[in-house]
Design a binder for this molecule. Structure first.
Ligand SMILES: NC(=O)c1ccc[n+]([C@@H]2O[C@H](COP(=O)([O-])OP(=O)(O)OC[C@H]3O[C@@H](n4cnc5c(N)ncnc54)[C@H](O)[C@@H]3O)[C@@H](O)[C@H]2O)c1
Length: 277
């Protein structure tokens, strides 16, 4: 496929649904070859099929990003399939809210494991591969920029009542981003964060069903926002509405373009003008 990212190899975690799916589709339409991921095999394989049906290339690496062996498997999938690695989008995630006095250790660690430890492990597993690719490119007289986009939230920038676990993990990812931008500058890797405001996905679906749940590896987690609250939240957004997954994907895409080769260690807020900070 031709396009602004022709031939690039991109990994997107949690790309079976929502924002991750829209990111994977956008990168594939721009010519990138994808490794997609989601918890369940059928969901991950469907995402890969969606990309192939749109004329792109994709392979599925399914499984929980928090599994101890996941990072190595994810990176290996890219190397085995495409012999390269250019873009990593750490997107997989969910919320598991409670006020602090009711928040269990399990809830706390689930968010840190998924939103912070998993991206850390993925970047750690990518380092030897990137270093070897850069060495070969340098010897050939070439300099190639690579891109990491870590997904955060405005909750990680400004805090959000009921989300001590999620906000702490999402704040942590900005620290990881800034540090990796310093460690990997010499490898020409641009490392940035996108912090989303309110984006319409399964996580934030307007529903009056107070029992709406998703299954995260056997854990039943409440999702969705009461329609009245959703409307009130949208009224506080300067652009007057929640964003779409495609709009969210656009902000990630911008940071994967060659035009962003001199931007690193930054957090781009994609929230329709809304900010909690
Ligand atoms: N929707 C929003 O308003 C919003 C706002 C701020 C940040 N975010 C962040 O954006 C990212 C994507 O969220 P979304 O709204 O698209 O949600 P979503 O539920 O629509 O999609 C997330 C996908 O990630 C997968 N996933 C979740 N945990 C996983 C795990 N441990 N391993 C592998 N896959 C996993 C899910 O199965 C799902 O397919 C998350 O990191 C979320 O915290 C979303």
């Amino acid at each position: 496929m031709s396009g602004t990212l022709a031939g690039k190899v991109a990994l997107v975690s949690g790309s079976g649904r929502g924002i991750g799916h829209a990111v994977a589709m956008k990168l594939a339409r721009e010519g990138a070859r994808l490794v997609v991921n989601d918890l369940d095999r059928d969901v991950a394989e469907q995402a890969a099929s969606d990309i192939v049906a749109a004329g792109g290339q994709a392979v599925a690496c399914w499984g929980n990003v928090t599994a101890p062996d996941f990072a190595e498997r994810f990176i290996k999938a890219a190397v085995d399939q495409y012999q390269g690695l250019d873009i990593i989008v750490n997107n997989a995630g969910y919320t598991w809210d409670n006020v602090i006095q009711k928040m269990t250790d399990e809830q706390w660690y689930a968010m840190l494991d998924c939103h912070l430890t998993a991206p850390f492990r993925i970047l750690r597993a990518a380092q030897p591969v990137i270093r070897a690719l850069v060495k070969a490119e340098t010897e050939a007289g070439r300099r190639v920029h690579r891109k990491v986009v870590n997904i955060s939230s405005i909750a990680g920038l400004g805090g959000n009542a009921g989300q001590a676990n999620y906000a702490a993990a999402k704040a942590g990812i900005t620290g990881l981003t800034k540090t990796m931008s310093k460690e990997w500058g010499r490898l020409a890797v641009n490392v940035n964060t996108v912090a989303f405001g309110l984006i319409r996905t399964r996580l934030t679906e307007a529903t009056s069903d107070a029992n709406a749940q998703i299954d995260i590896d056997g854990r039943e987690i409440k999702v969705g926002i009461n329609p009245g609250l959703m409307q009130a939240m949208e009224q506080q957004i300067p652009l007057g509405r929640a964003g779409t997954p495609e709009e969210a994907a656009g902000s990630v895409y911008i940071l994967c373009l060659p035009e962003s080769d001199y931007i690193s260690g930054q957090t781009l807020v994609c929230g329709g003008g809304f900010s909690l900070s």
